[in-house]
Design a protein around this ligand. Structure first.
Ligand code: HAM
Length: 475
């Protein structure tokens, strides 16, 4: 790709500088609009910082990933749910937790509308909203577990940089109503398969158990005492976190914390009997499925609702702060917290933006999918006869063929040049033969042309195009 081209990787760098990309983004297979200087005026408006437009040329890869996610969700028995992009702020404050970065610093709170008297926020993640819907719609009376999936944009007001956006997309999967541990392993295997089928190599899941209300409080007290005893060695930020959310110190990426964290008491050594049994069960099932994982005693996750199983996906060797490809875990207290009966649940959220970046950075074969070109372009000898060209193209589309009518009033030669630039397979040429019910059909790559009866046109194009793509049918 030339210096003017766009890739997810370069987009990340644009965001890191805080300026959304204004580079021309060439569509795969076509050339940039100008060869010399970019003569476009400076835009008056740009996409907000930390957001970006997904343009043709990159959306084909995006569509591939969304389709793969939908296909896998169906294969594993998950049903699509769509929840609103905003919820009552309370859903996130109670669900995700008030003393989390996501709620404290990153929530996009909407300006209150006094007539409604309600406070709303854009969703920073989908799990709380899905659980709210589970309770609201009485899904506790449905056969359990209820397996739900949602794909869409999430919003977090954070400092934008490569891999960290203010609007980003997640593929989310939730299984509500099964205490595990088999479903925990099934969910982790599903995410592992997604990366494999997406074509991203070297992905590893890090796995931990963070206990439950029976064993975690004693561990938190022990950990607090440990860090208090070492407070002089703590960086400023971690000192502040110590009194507010001590578990977060464990997954600090500050190099000054490495030695302290390595010597800290481990939650997995302090699990109560039931949590330890559950954690062992998850590992037994993963081993049986042949899913590799790495135990990560420092993995605690940044959301308060987790109990027991917690996991994150990384590309091996790229395990920094903004590099988690996915995160998930068990949330056995969340349904109750949001007003339902005590019900266990587990799920994951896969960051699609980061997956796209990782695919591009590793030059994975699926990193840039090219959209299939048009099959036919309808051109004509009479530049003014847009009516006939549009009618012929409309009939082709009705027959399921991807077609464009040349609606500009330019000469036939120019129309044919444009059809070739579109990389269309056929040009349908409307001329005097139409009076006898025929049109010209030019196979553009082959350079051959013949007359075809207008009523046979769609069938002939479908047959030749299929043979062109798949090779001649066996006799
Ligand atoms: P999370 O770890 O906060 O978990 O987010 C999941 C994934 O979303 C991350 O691993 C990352 O790939 C992506 N992500 C998060 N923030 C950003 C950002 N600012 N820019 C780009 N990508 C981002 C959750 O959201 C949980 N709801 C997951 C879950 C579902 N747990 C149980 N069920």
């Amino acid at each position: 790709m030339g210096s003017r081209g766009w890739s997810p990787a370069t987009a990340g760098r644009d965001l890191a500088r805080g300026t959304p990309s204004t580079e021309p983004r060439s569509t795969a297979g076509s050339s940039p609009p100008f060869d010399g200087l970019d003569c476009r005026p400076m835009p008056t408006y740009r996409a907000p910082r930390g957001t970006r437009d997904l343009l043709p040329g990159e959306t084909a890869t995006w569509t591939r990933l969304e389709r793969l996610a939908a296909d896998l969700a169906a294969r594993y028995g998950y049903h699509r749910i769509e929840t609103p992009l905003f919820e009552l702020t309370d859903v996130f404050e109670r669900g995700v937790g008030e003393v989390t970065d996501i709620v404290e610093k990153e929530l996009f709170r909407l300006a209150p509308r006094t007539e409604e008297g309600e406070a709303w926020a854009l969703r920073p993640e989908p799990t709380a909203g899905i659980v709210r819907a589970y309770v609201q719609h009485g899904m506790q009376t449905w056969p359990q577990p209820v397996k739900l999936t949602e794909t869409g944009p999430m919003f977090r007001y954070d400092r934008p940089q490569a891999g960290r956006y203010r609007q980003f997309w997640q593929w989310d999967v939730e299984a509500i109503g099964d205490p595990g541990p088999a479903i925990d392993a099934e969910i982790i295997e599903l995410a592992t398969r997604f990366y494999r089928e997406a074509g991203l190599a070297g992905v590893e899941v890090q796995l931990n158990s963070i206990g439950d209300p029976a064993c975690r409080p004693a561990y938190v007290a022990e950990l607090t005492a440990y860090f208090r005893a070492n407070v002089s060695a703590l960086p400023e930020l971690e000192r502040d976190r110590l009194e507010r959310n001590v578990l977060r110190l464990l997954d600090s990426k500050d190099p000054a914390m490495a030695a302290l964290n390595a010597a800290a008491p481990r939650i997995t050594d302090r699990l109560c009997g039931l949590c330890a049994e559950h954690f062992a069960g998850v590992q037994t099932h993963l081993d049986a499925l042949g899913v590799p994982y790495r135990l990560a005693p420092g993995l605690v996750r940044g959301l308060d609702y987790y109990t027991r199983t917690a996991f994150e996906f990384y590309v091996v060797g790229r395990e920094g702060q903004q590099q988690a490809l996915a995160g998930g875990g068990r949330y056995d207290g969340l349904v109750e917290l949001l007003g339902g009966r005590p019900t266990p649940g587990i799920g994951f959220g896969i960051g699609l933006d980061r997956l796209l970046l990782a695919l591009a950075e590793t030059n994975a074969p699926g990193a840039s999918v090219v959209e299939p070109p048009l099959v036919a372009v309808v051109v004509g000898a009479d530049p003014d006869d847009t009516v006939t060209r549009l009618r012929v193209a409309t009939d082709l589309r009705a027959a399921g063929i991807a077609a464009r009518a040349e609606l500009g009033r330019r000469k036939l030669g120019k129309q044919l040049e444009a059809a070739a630039r579109d990389q269309a397979h056929f040009a349908v040429i409307v001329g005097d033969e139409l009076a006898a019910g025929e049109v010209g059909l030019r196979d553009l790559p082959a350079g051959t042309q013949k007359l075809v009866a207008i009523e046979d046109l769609a069938r002939e194009i479908g047959r030749s195009h299929g043979a062109h793509r798949h090779g001649p049918a066996p006799d």
